[in-house]
Design a protein around this ligand. Structure first.
Ligand SMILES: Cc1cc2nc3c(=O)[nH]c(=O)nc-3n(C[C@H](O)[C@H](O)[C@H](O)COP(=O)(O)OP(=O)(O)OC[C@H]3O[C@@H](n4cnc5c(N)ncnc54)[C@H](O)[C@@H]3O)c2cc1C
Length: 388
């Protein structure tokens, strides 16, 4: 692949997607009117099982999956629109997020018929949530160096090891753990395997890791002689690296990679009003033009997924540019808030803006780390376009 072969064509959204957008907006308006969607004071995905179940009732989880597994057989572009609208309105979607975005698609692509029939309808119904078990204390960017192991025992596998930074492990039902099941001379990537582990299984211990924002979202997950049955194996034993690579592309390209700071920009725009200084408007205008360009890039990846093309390099580009934009947005908003004296305002809108800004400043360093750091993404891009 060279730079010229990157697939960055921007699709025209089909009428069905725009109709769906109106449905999602109507749902959001109803939630607001019913007092179930208060204005946000934090960036990031909130976690609400009740909200997830209301979204599931609309059929918006597993939207692209076959009907036989609880899906709606709609397009990746329609899913994109639903995601974009829910995130832009700060709807707490964290409960189903990982399962809808990557665990479900991985099961759909590599899972057995029994796994699809068991898990997918429950995910789509908002009853079953997943987390990601990849990183370990000494293995993040260099994931293939991981040391968690599963050994074959009669009827299944016995797992020992430790995962870290596991978002929502204390709130969800299952983890898909990437573990070593064999050692292959000359290939660190071979011999890795994905297993589904029930987080209530004997031998699993989940301990909190409190973030610098003082919040408990991620965890350490310890496996001590955890038994999982044979049917916990996803795809082929030893093929985990290929499966995980496909999964990470889903993780990297979506609107969540550039919409975390959107609520901050939105709140600032409302708080500024018509009297803002030209320098503030110019800085805000620049941010918004970058936001629109990112949206086009992200949409082009959604159209690749729709066409069944692997978007690994393009998704890495979206995540690298999107997360840098998110950090830049926090800096720009902070400068405008300070120049406009919004930090001292007593009205509720300035109060909300200040709370959001404070939270965004604490969360922003993580934007370029979660889901693969920007240095690693640039390596993938360089390799993908033949520069390395
Ligand atoms: C908010 C958040 C949520 C997360 N949730 C999960 C989760 O649910 N499940 C999960 O499995 N993991 C999760 N992670 C972990 C995340 O995937 C890792 O933090 C990430 O992959 C980086 O690994 P590391 O922290 O070990 O850093 P390291 O790999 O130690 O990297 C440290 C620094 O060195 C740089 N570096 C490393 N290797 C290279 C190289 N070859 N070339 C150039 N630079 C390099 C990195 O870019 C980084 O700046 C989460 C992380 C965050 C911040």
């Amino acid at each position: 692949m060279s730079a010229a072969t990157l697939h960055l064509e921007v699709p025209i959204l089909p009428a069905a997607a725009e109709d769906l957008r109106l449905d999602v907006r109507a749902f959001i308006a109803e939630e607001r009117a019913g007092g179930r969607l208060p204005p946000p004071t934090k960036v990031g995905l909130g976690f609400s099982v009740e909200m997830t179940q209301r979204i599931a009732k609309r059929g918006w989880i597993g939207l692209t999956w076959p009907r036989v597994y609880g899906g709606q057989e709609r397009s990746a572009l329609e899913r994109y629109v639903v995601t974009e609208e829910l995130l832009a309105a700060s709807v707490p979607v964290g409960a189903h997020w990982i399962a809808d975005r990557q665990s479900g698609p991985v099961l759909l692509k590599f899972g057995s018929e029994a796994q699809k029939a068991f898990y997918l309808p429950r995910i789509a119904g908002g009853e079953c949530f997943f987390c990601i078990g990849m990183s370990e204390p000494d293995s993040g960017s260099d994931l293939a160096s991981l040391r968690s192991k599963a050994e074959k025992v009669p009827g299944g596998w016995r797992i020992n090891g430790r995962k870290i930074w596991t978002t929502n492990a204390h709130r969800v039902h299952y983890i898909i753990a990437l573990v070593r099941t064999s050692t292959v001379e000359g290939s660190r990537h071979a011999g890795l395997t994905q297993l589904i582990v029930d987080l209530k299984a004997p031998g699993v211990t989940i301990s909190p890791i409190v973030s610098m924002a003082g919040e408990h979202d991620f965890n350490e997950v310890l496996f001590e002689d955890v038994f999982v049955p044979d049917d916990a194996l996803i795809g082929q034993e030893g093929n985990g690296w290929n499966q995980v690579s496909a999964e990470l592309a889903y993780e990297r390209s979506g609107p969540e990679r550039w919409l975390s700071s959107f609520r901050l920009i939105n709140e600032l725009t409302t708080a500024l009003g018509p009297e803002a200084r030209p320098s503030s408007l110019e800085a805000l205008g620049r941010l918004l033009s970058h936001l629109l360009a990112l949206r086009q890039l992200s949409l082009s990846v959604a159209s690749m997924i729709q066409a069944g093309r692997p978007p690994n390099v393009e998704a890495a580009i979206v995540k690298d540019l999107g997360t840098k934009f998110e950090q830049e947005a926090v800096r720009v908003v902070r400068d405008i808030v300070s120049a406009e004296g919004l930090a001292d305002g007593g009205d509720p809108r300035s109060g909300r803006l200040r709370a959001l800004l404070m939270h965004a400043q604490l969360m922003a360093p993580a934007f370029t780390v979660r889901g693969g750091t920007n240095e690693i993404l640039r390596g993938i891009i360089a390799k993908g376009i033949g520069l390395r």
